[in-house]
Design a protein. Sequence first.
Length: 328
Amino acid sequence: MTFSEHPLENILAIVGPTASGKSTLSFDLVNAALLKGHTIELISMDSALVYRGMDIGTAKPSTTEQAQVRHHGIDIRDPWQSYSAAQFAKDVIIWVKEIRQRGHYPVIVGGTMLYWRSLMQGLTDLPASTPEVREKIALEARLVGWDAMHQRLQSIDPDTALRLPPGDTQRISRALEVFAMTGQTMSSFLAKNPYSTSRDDASFRHRLISLEPQDRGWLHQRIEERFNAMLKNHFLVEVEHLLAQENIHPDLPSMRAVGYRQAISYLAGEITEAEFIQSGLAASRQLGKRQLTWLRAMPSRQTFDPSTRQFAQNAIDLCLQHIDATAK
């Protein structure tokens, strides 16, 4: 293999909204690459898969699947520990170097597009929060509710509030933390470092395979099927076990992940079972919509419609062409 000095040169990534089939495609690619003598190692780009014990609600690859192909970025934090996009970017550089030193091929797979931005462009130099500020905002949210916190953000930073739904509690909290720490809005910080389409388009000659269903109804059906499968696989029992741990509480970023936040409200008796299912599905659909919005701002991506019959083979063929070209 020949690589440039930069570890991200010619990196291959499979991205897309939740439930679009990224994991299945990545495993099919691993098997197809083996037939050509290439060994792939997968790097998870999912902000929830980093947490130990959060398996069912994150659709984490099973132990059997993880035994079939080496994974990175899974089960590297306890749910009460923090993990950030900036840390992901640092970790990926290390993982990619190690994978290539073994003579293998790194493939990034996931839908946390803020992580991709951090990896390819870096992040705006936002101020770090403190536990005291974070806890103060969490306490206020427990008293007045996140809808009221979203309204508060709207009065402070309407641009940021406009792009965040009231259910996106983690980012609402972060935006309020930034204002509490600095007196400046999140949107003013982001304006100093907007997304660079030129960097996305040419910087490291990467290959970005994006699964984007043209039929939104197809994606919603997939989301519902996955959610129902989670429930049958005892997702609520998983959440109960998590909450029973001394260091875990509902205001942790891990516990505000889609599905977990709604399950906690149901288990606390705040909503009915029907409301839990409805809100969980709605949050998942909103997540998919946000992910698609991120992706459409990336001109370097090559799109495939996962609802079509031939998409998998066409996507795999393009990935293998990229790997073959990189190996020359």
